[in-house]
Design a protein. Structure first.
Ligand code: ATP
Ligand code: MG
Length: 583
């Protein structure tokens, strides 16, 4: 293949001519060090290339060779527990090899070629198979079984399949006779990151992705296969929300993409996430996690690629029939990478200097989420839920990245600087946030958790809205002028805020609350509301009502362990007795 020649280098952007063989989105090797780049624009025989590594030291005249392949990831066992950069180079290994985070042109394969995996065949000779069918399984980690699937595009008859035993990812484990001849299949597969993996069809979400976070699950729930965004100003708790979800969400696989603003924040993720104990298995959370890390000192183009790398890995596990949760923290840093590349390409800038195609790119990314019926003769159900943090400058919600994201995601958890300042965490503003999944989830929540789930949620929301109205009045004319019923409303919403919505991520008991317990807690508070309201109507002074001892117990109810729902029940009992005794 004929090499092109560099004619210009501008930061991460390189322009080369003589690129007659090249196609758009081809991966190219740039310069004598063979830096990895991707063609992002072609004009005649000139190609503009975004380079995923530092370009210092290369210059005009240096060769550029196209690989003829689009930017792809390696798929196979060994992804879980890995820490990658934006183009799937293993960070720890590179660290071991060159001593610093990443040096240029280091070619380490994404998946270990030597490691052997204990493969057990499920298919047998003579079976007719199609893309997505399971050829065999292996324990990838102590908690996740990896399913080796017939790759997309292949259909035929198994003529040979490996016996149970230990194989590397490049060993042939099956031979399939297809229309175009026999094909050897190994566990290692590749997929271009900018193209979504095929599926049979999308299904509408119907189960919650429970997160153990009370304000999220009860007021603004996310569905398995759904999309959510967490915008918020500096220090408002975006990363803590993402970590809590990685730890507690009812997903089997976690893909965490850290687009760190600062190197040290990313280091925190790299150190913290692997140390988190998986509450469901007692093992390290990494046993079911892939981590993709970009620090601000890594080349910007790799950051642009990282979200595609991440979602492709998520799709791979979805295709095995897993529920995957993908977090991207923060997509603003990704959009900034897009802006920088666009600026260097001298494209016409749109709002705030972002390229005009920003909204399309964001929409295409979230479009890869979903609950799906996978390929395969007995298609499996799998899902990808995507949760993107957005960090608009100054917390300004009119920011183009926030706006473009809100157009496509169905859940909005808006973090509020005032709540964070008052240390009300999670600082999710309950008046502005929303979830458009309530209709999808209604049947599940009312059928599996509690018949009146939707009713009590609505009641809590109505009370919180009423509180906001009353606060306006209080500001104008003071609290004493309110009627006893309105004063009661303020007392109850204070309880909802402080004893239900407020949740300390770092407290062993408080960090996670199951859906059943969330229901019991809120039901208890709303039972108090009803009892108190009839007492107020019976002209019992509010002060006397609020002095009953059960109120203190309500405040501590969230610390009751998950295995003792009868204790919450008993508080309700005492509450009834004590209010009854007031008359
Ligand atoms: N649920 C929570 N429980 C207790 N503390 C919390 C919670 N959420 C946030 N915090 C507190 O707020 C701090 C800042 O949170 P975090 O780092 O997640 O903010 P951020 O929005 O990601 O900030 P940045 O803009 O710097 O990325 C945390 O270190 C913690 O002290
Ligand atoms: Mg953060």
């Amino acid at each position: 293949m004929q090499a092109g020649k560099i004619i210009k280098v501008a930061g991460p952007l390189v322009v080369a001519d003589g690129m007659v063989d090249a196609k758009m989105y081809d991966v190219v090797k740039v310069g004598l060090e063979e830096l990895i780049g991707e063609i992002v624009e072609i004009k005649g025989d000139k190609a503009s290339i975004q380079v995923y590594e530092e370009t210092g030291g290369i210059g005009p005249g240096d060769p550029v060779i196209t690989t003829g392949m689009p930017l792809s990831v390696e798929l196979g066992p060994g992804l879980l527990q890995s820490i990658y950069d934006g183009i799937q180079r293993p960070l720890e290994l590179i660290y071991g090899k060159v001593g610093d985070l990443i040096t240029r042109g280091v070619n380490v394969p994404s998946l270990n070629r030597e490691k052997k995996w204990a493969f057990t065949p499920t298919g047998k000779t003579g079976d007719k198979v199609q893309a997505g069918d399971i050829l065999g399984t292996l324990p990838e980690t102590r908690v996740i079984t990896h399913k080796v699937l017939v790759p997309p595009g292949i259909e035929g008859e198994i003529v040979k399949i490996a016996a149970g035993g230990e194989y590397t990812i490049t060993d042939t484990i099956a031979r399939i006779k297809t229309k175009n001849g026999e094909q050897d299949i190994c566990m290692l597969q590749k997929w271009p990151v900018r193209i979504s993996r095929p599926l049979k069809g999308k299904l509408s979400p119907k189960e919650p992705l429970s997160t153990g976070q009370r304000i999220i699950d009860t007021l603004f729930p996310l569905a398995k296969g759904g999309t959510a965004c967490v915008p918020g100003p500096f220090g408002s708790g975006k990363t803590v929300v993402q970590h809590q979800l990685a730890k507690w969400a009812s997903a089997e696989i976690v893909v965490y993409i850290g687009c760190g603003e600062r190197g040290n924040e990313m280091t925190d993720v790299l150190i913290e996430l692997p140390e988190i104990e998986d509450p469901r298995t007692g093992e390290s959370l990494m046993q079911r996690t892939v981590l993709i890390a970009n620090t601000s000192n890594m080349p910007v183009a790799a950051r642009e690629a990282s979200v595609y790398t991440g979602i492709t890995l998520a799709e791979y596990y979805r295709d095995m029939g897993y529920h995957v949760a993908l977090m991207a923290d923060s997509t603003s840093r990704w959009a900034e990478a897009l802006r920088e590349m666009s600026g260097r390409l001298e494209e016409m800038p749109g709002e705030e200097g972002y390229p005009a195609y920003l909204a399309t790119k964001i929409a295409d990314f979230y479009e890869r989420a979903g609950r799906v019926n996978t390929l395969g003769s007995n298609g499996r159900e799998g899902s990808i839920s995507v949760i993107g943090a957005v960090s608009p400058p100054g917390g300004d919600m009119s920011d183009p990245v926030v706006q473009a994201t809100l157009k496509v995601v169905k859940v909005f958890w808006g973090l509020d600087a005032n709540l964070a300042y008052r240390r009300h965490f999670p600082a999710i503003n309950w008046l502005q946030s929303y979830s458009l999944y309530m209709d999808n989830l209604k049947d599940y929540l009312t059928g599996e958790i509690a018949r009146d789930w939707v009713t009590i949620r609505q009641k809590a929301m109505a009370l919180l809205q009423k509180e906001a109205e009353l606060e306006e009045i209080v500001r104008l004319i003071g609290k004493d002028s309110l009627s006893p019923t309105d004063q009661l409303t303020l007392e109850i919403t204070k309880i909802i805020r402080e004893d239900f919505l407020h949740q300390n991520a770092f407290h062993a008991q408080d960090s996670y609350t199951s859906l059943n317990k969330q229901y019991n807690l809120l039901k208890l508070i709303l039972t108090a509301e009803e009892l108190f309201r009839s007492a107020v109507e019976a002209k019992i002074p509010l002060k006397r009502i609020l002095s009953i001892p059960a109120l203190e117990e309500i405040a501590k109810a969230k610390f009751i362990t998950e295995d003792k729902p009868e204790e919450i029940e008993a508080i309700g009992q005492r509450l009834r007795e004590q209010v009854g005794g007031l008359k």
